[in-house]
Design a protein around this ligand. Structure first.
Ligand SMILES: [Zn+2]
Length: 276
């Protein structure tokens, strides 16, 4: 019999223990690890894919939301998005809780606020045309507080951008199948279990949209992004996996690269807040 003891943060239905120590909502498919959150060292080898995706996001902002000038980058990490968005002409403020990363960004001359979203004291009374979460949304424990914070800090014509890994992706589904037959390593690697900053949530484009719509937002646009590129792939896999897992994983990801691109594990969705 399934054990039920958690509530879904999207639709409030009961969640059941699903696979390993991961919980799943039986109604909307939202998944949660309930691991302990933490800032800190991130995955290696993701520079090339981030560069590509962040440029695409800036293009979309310029094309579809031309009034937007100011951006808050939540969980700015090493400042890759900040650098690219500044190049595109945006006025960008980084928000980052890891003090070493904050100092490194300040040394590059970036505008940085130290802290978490939405509780950072320096954020009080500030508003932005864009609030973006690049691989940070899924690391924040209370998504309802995050959405309240977005409402508070977004300008009336602003847009929230959520760029995150999707449970609809081919890689996620393959890991799920392997976990069901007892090979848990790829599954836990996707959840970043035992890493400094594990994934607390896995959403897909449908329950992400539902989460925002239930809180008076409207989805303006959504598209898949690249989840990985071949450049930096070995570093990314091997930084947190044993060779026994890393070598076959690398061979599979290189060989089946075109297939994984067809159903990417990364999605970016753009939401405006209804004014009434
Ligand atoms: Zn649900």
């Amino acid at each position: 019999m399934k054990q039920i003891e958690r509530q879904c943060c999207v639709c409030d239905a009961d969640m059941s223990l699903y696979l390993g120590d991961i919980y799943r909502c039986d109604v909307c498919g939202y998944m949660s690890s309930f691991y302990s959150p933490g800032p800190g060292a991130e995955v290696e080898g993701v520079d090339a894919v981030r560069e590509k995706n962040f440029r695409q996001i800036c293009h979309i902002l310029l094309e579809k939301f031309p009034k937007c000038k100011t951006i808050l980058d939540v969980g700015a990490s090493r400042g890759t998005f900040v650098r690219i968005a500044v190049d595109y002409g945006f006025l960008v403020t980084a928000l980052e809780p890891d003090l070493a990363l904050v100092d490194a960004m300040k040394q590059k001359g970036f505008e940085v606020i130290d802290g978490f979203f939405p509780g950072a004291i320096e954020l009080t009374d500030k508003k932005f045309d864009v609030i973006i979460f690049n691989d940070s949304f899924e690391h924040i424990p209370n998504l309802l507080l995050v959405i309240d914070g977005v409402k508070k800090h977004l300008t009336p014509d602003g847009v929230a951008v959520v760029n995150l890994p999707s449970s609809d992706g081919f890689l996620f589904r393959c890991s799920l199948i392997l976990a069901k037959v007892g090979m848990m390593a790829p599954w836990y690697r996707l959840w970043q279990k035992d890493m400094a900053s594990p994934h607390l949530h896995y959403l897909n484009p449908r329950n992400l949209k539902r989460l925002f719509e239930l809180h008076n937002f409207k989805q303006e646009y959504s598209r898949s992004l690249s989840y990985y590129v071949l450049s930096g792939l070995w570093k990314r896999i091997s930084c947190a996996s044993s060779l026994l897992v890393a070598i076959p994983s690398w061979i599979i990801l290189v060989t089946l690269y075109p297939l994984f691109c067809l159903k990417s594990d990364a999605v970016a969705s753009f939401f405006s807040c209804n004014k009434n």
